[in-house]
Design a protein around this ligand. Structure first.
Ligand SMILES: Cc1cc2nc3c(=O)[nH]c(=O)nc-3n(C[C@H](O)[C@H](O)[C@H](O)COP(=O)(O)OP(=O)(O)OC[C@H]3O[C@@H](n4cnc5c(N)ncnc54)[C@H](O)[C@@H]3O)c2cc1C
Ligand SMILES: NC(=O)c1ccc[n+]([C@@H]2O[C@H](COP(=O)([O-])OP(=O)(O)OC[C@H]3O[C@@H](n4cnc5c(N)ncnc54)[C@H](OP(=O)(O)O)[C@@H]3O)[C@@H](O)[C@H]2O)c1
Ligand SMILES: Cc1cc2nc3c(=O)[nH]c(=O)nc-3n(C[C@H](O)[C@H](O)[C@H](O)COP(=O)(O)O)c2cc1C
Length: 558
């Protein structure tokens, strides 16, 4: 009995035909007693879906891709980039890659080791690998989708065959991902089952909890008199919603625009706001559309073109562009066609559901600054500070972050470093550790400018210290003395003890400012590994890379 061959007339390319013939050769075998009856062994097409993700978006999209791939006759395997290696990838035939970008054009923490290894590798270890890559990023960053571009480049350089063009998705461009997935699954390898359109399947299958219009229960300032900062504690009700979360997750919050900004834009357009405009959610008034649907911050290239403004003198906000061209007066419909949609903002959840059933809490720093002689307000942080209570309900969603979790084994010690609003997930962690009577030790590093006015959650933290839940608390007040004292100074001062916690298996967490604090804390940790651990600089770097791969060094930084 010979294996059936795909005839040349079949609707496949030569390459696909060769692949299918090889595939069938492995799938058909002799029946019992050499009867010659072909027996089909359930052989689906293997497909690996690799994700490089910091806050879970690429991971969620990878899971969606796996679901659809399963329906299309693939046997998908999800691969966290921290578990991938050159050797592992060189054994694969077909890989889809979802890669987001962090820092300033850097890969997410879970993909740092892999990208370093790809950069250092040579030859063509991936000569049998076909791949397709979807990069996720945010065009407000200078190095848009850089990590995705880097993975794409290095995979190809090491001999892998790119199938289709790399796709780069900006925030909110889910349609681009859906199209990419469709094409990638059609082309990466011939699958056993006819295709299900990705969009259709997504509708049935989307396991992301739907956003919920959450009642706002409380917004109150938790920085004291005299503080240079306004930080608000915000509480939403999740009663009667399908939303559930775990400590470590983030909440997405969809703000609406400031009515005063909308009125100013309407005035420059010469509109009264009652003009009807058609949007994806139907026909609404221009005022409603500008308040709840469109982003009035950074002007798009399309708006600049409409107003005939040069792109090299990008105005800061949409209103600046309109004020710079007072005679332009575009029509309402033409104007809104150039705007991007409002995007939700993420906030690390600062409550544990065990301590606050049916509620979710946030710790939100109000963003206010001045540019081009105008005071500016961060959209969502100021919406929460000033308008959310009056709005009554706000659209929220849970953004699962599996990369930032307490250890499952509650005996494991944890070290938490979270100055400023970076305290948020650690309040949730400590509440969760208290609720589960966790035996593991807890060490918190917190700090801000002044002890008197900026000690967020002071009473709770001191009570946890008194009760023994907090084994150790180190506080860094940066402006209570002439020289700056930051959390990393406290880490260095406790180097020997910190090293012994790490060596005894502690999990290490950092949350808060990405651009300065997280980098400086990392450098302090490298120093500690050298001074207290006796490691060389290279071994110290490797030590924390290994902790990251083992999911013992986790960061939630922004
Ligand atoms: C995973 C994650 C977790 C987060 N958790 C928290 C949290 O727990 N608490 C918290 O407060 N925030 C948190 N953030 C940040 C939060 O998502 C928002 O980015 C923040 O609230 C600002 O949003 P906004 O809409 O108020 O400001 P926007 O309207 O988005 O404005 C912010 C933008 O304004 C510009 N800008 C800001 N300051 C200046 C300045 N001085 N000069 C010039 N331009 C400036 C920058 O372009 C900046 O990107 C988190 C972010 C992420 C990704
Ligand atoms: N991506 C975004 O859209 C976004 C939005 C909001 C906030 N953020 C970031 O989130 C951070 C959190 O804001 P926050 O006000 O809660 O806290 P923060 O600015 O991080 O301040 C908390 C404490 O950290 C200190 N600090 C400053 N530089 C440091 C460094 N290099 N290493 C260690 N500590 C340092 C501060 O001291 P001093 O002030 O005395 O220097 C202060 O005592 C902001 O800094 C901002 O960068 C980002
Ligand atoms: C602190 C921070 C830094 C970021 N840096 C970049 C960047 O340099 N380039 C970019 O294209 N996107 C950048 N992004 C946007 C993320 O890549 C984007 O939000 C992505 O969807 C996140 O995916 P994830 O949830 O899988 O990590 C950054 C986001 C944050 C919060």
């Amino acid at each position: 009995m010979s294996v059936p061959l795909i005839p040349e007339t079949a609707p496949f390319s030569a390459e696909q035909r060769a692949w299918l013939n090889g595939f069938f050769a492995g799938m058909f075998s002799r029946g019992p007693n050499g009867s010659g009856v072909p027996r089909i062994e359930t052989a689906l097409t293997p497909l690996t879906i690799l994700f490089a993700s910091q806050t879970g978006t690429a991971e969620r999209l990878a899971k969606k891709a796996a679901k659809l791939a399963g329906k299309r006759g693939f046997a998908p395997t999800l691969l966290d980039a921290s578990q991938a290696s050159i050797e592992k990838l060189s054994q694969e035939n077909a890989v889809l890659v979802l890669a987001s970008t962090y820092g300033e054009g850097e890969p997410p923490d879970n993909a740092k080791s892999l990208l370093t290894a790809l950069r250092a590798a040579s030859g063509t270890p991936f000569s049998k690998l076909r791949f397709s890559l979807c990069a996720l990023g945010d065009s407000k960053y200078a190095k848009f989708c850089q990590a995705g571009k880097d993975f794409d480049h290095h995979l190809e350089k090491l001999g892998a065959q790119r199938v289709g063009e790399r796709v780069e998705c900006d925030v909110g461009q889910d349609d681009k991902y859906t199209k990419w997935l469709d094409t990638a699954l059609n082309n990466i390898a011939p699958a056993a089952t006819p295709s299900t359109p990705a969009a259709e399947s997504e509708e049935e299958d989307d396991d992301e909890p739907k956003p919920f219009l959450a009642p706002v229960l409380d917004v109150h300032r938790i920085t004291g008199d005299g503080s240079a900062k306004e930080v608000n504690h915000v509480v939403f009700s999740l009663k009667d919603s399908d939303l559930t979360y775990a400590a470590g997750d983030a909440l997405s919050v969809l703000p609406s625009n400031d009515p005063a900004s909308v009125t100013e834009i309407l005035a420059t357009l010469g509109c009264d706001g009652e003009e009807a405009v058609s949007t994806a959610s139907g026909e609404v008034s221009l005022r409603h559309a500008l308040t709840t649907i469109y982003d009035l911050a950074k002007p798009t290239a399309e708006l600049l073109a409409l107003l005939q403004l040069p792109t090299d003198t990008t105005p800061f906000h949409v209103i600046d562009a309109l004020l710079a061209t007072p005679t332009a007066k575009p029509k309402a419909a033409t104007f809104i066609a150039t705007l991007k949609k409002l995007q939700p903002r993420l906030y690390s959840i600062s409550s544990s559901p065990a301590a606050h059933p049916d509620e979710v809490h946030l710790t939100v720093g109000a963003v206010r600054y001045e540019t081009a002689g105008r005071p500016r307000a961060g959209l969502c942080s100021i919406f929460l500070a000033e308008r959310a209570l009056a709005a009554g309900k706000v659209q929220v969603g849970v953004h699962a972050n599996n990369a930032f979790r307490l250890p499952e084994n509650t005996d494991i010690p944890v070290i938490m470093i979270g100055p400023g609003t970076g305290i948020a997930p650690f309040r949730a962690f400590l509440e969760a550790r208290a609720a589960t009577n966790a035996k593991g030790k807890n060490w918190l590093f917190f700090g801000d400018q002044h002890e008197k006015s900026d000690f967020l959650y002071r009473d709770e933290i001191l009570a946890w210290q008194s009760s023994g839940l907090l084994t150790r608390l180190d506080l860094a007040w940066s402006r209570d003395q002439s020289e700056k004292v930051y959390v990393q100074h406290k880490l260095l001062a406790a180097a020997a003890e910190l090293w012994s916690w790490l060596e005894s298996g502690a999990h290490l967490y950092i949350c808060g400012d990405a651009s300065r604090m997280a980098k400086d804390v990392h450098n302090a940790l490298l120093q500690i590994a050298q001074t207290s651990g006796g490691l060389s600089p290279e071994a110290a770097s490797k030590y924390f890379e290994t902790l990251q791969t083992a999911k013992r060094y986790l960061r939630d930084v922004y």
